[in-house]
Structures are given as C-alpha cells and as structure tokens.
Design a protein around this ligand. Structure first.
Ligand code: PMT
Length: 419
C-alpha cells in the first residue's frame, strides 16, 4: 500500500496514546509510519499497555522519552503533563480499549493519558480495539456515541479474526488504514482548536444511492396505498453519507423533509418509478434501501374515481407484486455493497435474517416498528444489524438514539465492511 506521506503531517505534533490491548504491538509500526510523515511524535502509555509492549521500543522508534506516569517527579520536572497537553496538535489513541473509552466518555482523569485528554485542546482521534462482544455491548456503543458527541473521531474498529479466536467487529484498524483515515479526517477539518465538528471523510470518493420514504400505489386518480414512513431515517443516512465525503443520490418517496446539504435528491411516487430511478443511478459503491416500498400495487389503476356502490356490498381490489428494488440491485453483476432495512412487528431477527439471505444483502438493518417511540415517523430509532460472516449470521444491536446519530453508527459498520 502506498502511503500519503509528506506535507500532510510534517511538523505536526502528535501525541500517540497506547492503552492495554493486544493490538498495542501494532502501535510500534504506527509510530514508525507517523515518524515517516515528518511529524513530531511523543508516546504516552497506560500502565496496562506496558504489559503488551515496552516503552523502550517506542522510545527507540520515536527518539523521544516515553511517558507512563502522572506522578513521575522526573518527567514533571521536564515537560509536565499540562505542557504536554498544550504541546499536542493531535492526540491519537491506538489501541483504545473499552475501559479507556469508558473513562474518557465520562471525563475521568485517573492516569496520565486520560488527564492529558481532559487538559488538551488538540484534535482527538482513537482507534478502538477489543473483543467483538465487548464492542457490541450497549455500554461500549453508548460510550462511542458519547465520545463522538465530545468531539472524538473514531477510526474503525475493523471486522475480522480476533486474537482471542472470535470473529467480528472490534479489531484495531491496520496502522496504514489509521494513517490514511487520520489524514482524511484532518483534511475535512484542518483546525485543531474546535472539537465540535469532527467528521472523518471515510466515504470520500464513494458513490452512494439511498432510497427513503414511502411509495404510493395509485388505485384511482384520488386514492392510493401507502404506509407511515416519514423519510427521516433515510434522509439522516443521506446527510451522514454526504458529511463523510460521499457523492449521494437520494431517491425519495413523497415526504415533507428538506433535502440535506450536498445531497442530490430525485423525487418519485411509486415502487416501479423508484426502481427505474435507482437503476438510472447505478453503478455505485453503496446502495442503502431504507424506503418502505409497497410490496403490491393495483393490477389496474382506474382511470376515473372509483364510485361507491348503492348497495352494501364491499369492494375487492386485485393487487399484483411490485418489483423488489433492493433484491434487484443486489442481483446485478456489478452489484454495490447492498444494505436493506427490515421493518418487522414480530420475530425481528428471524424475519430480518431470512430477508438478508433471500435478497442476498451485505447487511440488513432490522427495525422493530411495533415499539413505541422508534421506527415510522419518530425522531429516534433502535435497530439490530445483521450480516453474514463465513456463513454465520452476526448481530449487533444499536440502542435507541436520534436517527441522525444512529445513521452514523450504521455507517461506521458499513465503512468497516466496504470492500
Ligand atoms: O421513514 P421513517 O419514518 O424514518 O421510518 C424508517 C423506516 C421504519 C421506514 C425504516 O427504518 C425501515 O425499516 N425501512 C424499511 C421498510 C420496509 O419496507 O421494510 P420491508 O421489511 O418491507 O422491506 C425489506 C427491504 O426490502 C427494505 O430495504 C425495503 O426498502 C426493500 N424493498 C421492499 C419491497 C420492495 N418491493 N422493494 C424493496 O426494495
């Protein structure tokens, strides 16, 4: 892999924090890569990190003494911890363990690294690394959200084999990928003072097509079949993709939402129009089918308003199947990474899992729309991600949160799995 070395980080003061994960051995390579960019690199290690890699290794690679203790009189006589906090342009923690994330999310300052983070105005990034079950735990996911709110940029985690033998999401990104994503994040927001708007451009150069909202299937000139989708979830995804640097086409059913900045929106009404419009937007790198597409439409749309009969007899409508948009996209030879949603009112994981396989999707976002306060029309949502890994279905619940934040968490997963 060729690295974007050179002026990007030259002269930048990077404080590399290392916490107690097995991935700490990769931090030595990361320190080397950072040095190659002509950045100034100083390393701070937690007590636990030193069980995995020695300070001497990092000292040899950076040419600087490694700091490990908050209460070290010798170190405080030189560059004290507040000076070190002020010195840093960037704080990059790799690996960031679940425990460190929890402490940082709650503002702890019980060792040198957490104290520095609290005392510094540097741009803060971290590469989480932990067992897949620990990453999926709602406490960790809530901490990750809190850290993003506090201005941290999370790089990864990555999916794949783990040192403990598990397979899943949680391993640290490779050092080369950390460096690439660090540079992309800095390009997005080069100033180091404000932590408020950190968004990393991990979808830069990607083309994304998203469907959102309901479809309307005409019965006659004044009536139609539809559903309660407001479009909020799909629009939140489109906004998040654009913020992360993607070129986004949003194929939208009838909704009353404003178009997110930087998004190209195309309005449609029916499922067949939605399919034709989506196909005209392909190929793309990522397709997200968030729309609540009607499964059926009227076999024949009446040219004139259907009249109520004078007698008491009912009305029978003949419906025919609509094409399945997400399955059509997934079946193409040039298929993008294809993500579907599943709106279910019972047996969520079973039905979503079967849609994942039947529609040949890379990921399905299962949505229990029977729950109060989530799903159709609400500002919040809670979902479970399902995907296949070596033929085994994997799951990751994402707790209730605003649709805008949830969109970010769904994209974190997608980015980690995109080819
Ligand atoms: O719009 P909001 O008010 O914010 O609500 C969000 C939401 C509940 C609509 C959203 O989170 C959601 O769950 N969207 C999918 C709704 C749906 O149609 O689910 P489904 O289980 O019927 O369909 C499964 C998948 O197939 C979906 O990706 C759907 O877009 C797709 N599909 C379905 C039928 C069809 N003919 N073509 C399709 O592409």
């Amino acid at each position: 892999m060729s690295l974007p070395l050179g002026p990007g980080l030259a002269g930048t003061r990077i404080l590399l924090g290392i916490s107690a994960g097995i991935a700490a051995y990769k931090s030595a390579h990361l320190a080397r890569l950072l040095k190659k960019t002509d950045a100034e690199v100083r390393v701070v290690m937690t007590a636990g990190a030193q069980a995995f890699i020695t300070p001497l290794t990092l000292q040899a690679l950076t040419g600087e003494p490694v700091r490990t203790s908050l209460l070290d009189p010798e170190a405080e006589a030189g560059m004290g911890h507040i000076e070190l906090a002020k010195w840093a342009d960037i704080i990059l923690i790799a690996p960031a363990t679940a425990d460190l994330m929890a402490r940082l999310a709650h503002g702890h300052a019980d060792d040198l690294l957490t104290t520095l983070c609290l005392a510094s105005e540097a741009r803060c990034l971290m590469a989480p690394a932990m067992n897949q079950a620990m990453w999926r735990h709602p406490a960790t996911l809530a901490n990750a959200d809190r850290l993003r709110e506090l201005g941290w940029t999370l790089l990864g985690p990555d999916a794949g084999d783990q040192a403990c033998g598990d397979v899943g999401l949680g391993r640290m990104l490779e050092p080369e990928a950390i460096l690439t994503q660090l540079l992309a994040a800095l390009e997005q927001r080069p100033d180091k003072s404000s932590k408020a708007m950190c968004v990393h451009q991990d979808l830069a150069g990607k083309r994304v097509v998203i469907t959102a909202g309901p479809t309307r299937e005409a019965l006659d000139p004044v009536r139609y079949l539809s559903n309660h989708s407001s479009g909020k979830m799909g629009y939140a995804l489109a906004a998040a993709c654009a913020e992360r640097g993607a070129s986004v086409s949003l194929v939208s059913g009838p909704v009353t939402l404003a178009t997110p900045p930087g998004v190209d929106r195309i309005d449609v009404t029916s499922a067949t129009q939605m399919l034709a419009t989506v196909e005209a937007q392909l190929p793309c790198d990522l397709f997200i089918g968030c729309a609540a597409v009607a499964d059926y439409r009227a076999a024949k749309v009446s040219e004139h308003k259907l009249k109520k009969r004078d007698d008491e007899s009912g009305l029978t409508l003949e419906l025919v199947r609509n094409p399945d948009i997400v399955a059509t996209v997934a079946a193409r030879p040039d298929r993008p990474f294809t993500v579907g949603f599943a709106a279910e009112t019972r047996d969520l994981e079973t039905h979503a899992g079967s849609k994942l396989e039947r529609k040949r999707l890379d990921l399905i976002v299962a949505n229990d729309v029977s729950r109060e306060g989530v799903g159709f029309g609400s500002d919040d949502n809670a979902v479970t991600l399902l995907w296949l890994d070596n033929g085994q279905t994997q799951q990751q619940p994402l707790p209730i949160q605003p649709k805008a934040t949830l969109a970010g968490a769904i994209l974190d997963h997608i980015v980690a799995h995109l080819p």
